[in-house]
Design a binder for this molecule. Structure first.
Ligand SMILES: CC(C)(COP(=O)(O)OP(=O)(O)OC[C@H]1O[C@@H](n2cnc3c(N)ncnc32)[C@H](O)[C@@H]1OP(=O)(O)O)[C@@H](O)C(=O)NCCC(=O)NCCS
Length: 200
């Protein structure tokens, strides 16, 4: 989405930046992992296809993609590729209703998991989705057995709404009510939106 192409979101541990061509090579390396392809329900792509995908996500008006940077590494090295740890996205799932969207989160490498980066990245992205994109129903699709992801979303009050044995996946959802927003706002430690110089 072009709407997020010139902003970054600064949290305590992570910074979210728009997914640019500059990030594609490292992203492509990550997505060679069978584990990640399976957990994220993705297809393997060639490097050229990955570049095309990045451009189409930028152009698409129904998908908002962010790369997750480790803030500490970024401040130390000033290098976004060194600081890249994952991605988090939101995309509109119903062409007739722009208030329903599905959230995705990935911390690519095992060494970066379990340090609170995934949770904070998801919180920042969801805050952007509800405040800037006015999303009213949030969904997530989680593979059977993906306990960390299931805990992450259920701790944010997402509940099971559907189960597909064919895709071996559970759909969770939450309505963005006043009550949920009050709970959610207390979960977000820091949320600062800044201007981002897009990198090509
Ligand atoms: C799921 C994922 C994003 C979690 O990110 P992370 O940075 O490792 O997780 P965090 O350290 O931020 O922990 C966030 C929450 O996840 C849950 N969690 C994390 N690791 C867990 C584990 N090994 N077992 C159970 N729950 C776990 C906890 O609920 C935790 O919250 P809490 O600490 O407040 O209890 C990450 O493991 C990942 O990217 N996995 C591969 C891709 C994937 O499965 N994506 C989700 C597709 S729907």
């Amino acid at each position: 989405m072009k709407i997020n192409s010139e902003i970054c979101i600064v949290g305590k541990k992570v910074v979210l930046v728009p997914y640019c061509s500059y990030h594609v090579e490292k992203y492509h390396q990550w997505m060679k992992s069978e584990e990640l392809l399976n957990l994220t329900g993705s297809e393997p792509l060639t490097l050229e296809e990955e570049y095309r995908m990045q451009r189409s996500w930028y152009e698409d008006e129904d998908k908002c993609t962010f790369i997750v940077l480790d803030r500490e590494v970024l401040e130390k090295t000033k290098n976004e590729q060194d600081a890249m740890v994952g991605d988090t996205n939101i995309f509109l799932t119903d062409p007739s209703d722009s208030s329903i969207a599905e959230a995705e989160i990935m911390i690519a490498e095992q060494k970066n998991r379990g340090h609170g980066l995934g949770k904070e990245a998801l919180l920042l992205m969801l805050k952007y989705a509800v405040s800037a994109l006015h999303i009213k129903t949030l969904e997530a699709k989680i593979k059977y057995g993906n306990t960390p992801s299931l805990h992450l979303f259920t701790n944010l009050k997402f509940c099971e709404v559907k189960r597909s044995d064919v895709f071996e996946e559970i759909t969770l959802a939450v309505k963005v009510t006043e009550e949920w927003l009050e709970f959610f706002s207390q979960c977000v430690p820091q949320y600062v939106v800044q201007r981002y110089q897009r990198r090509e």
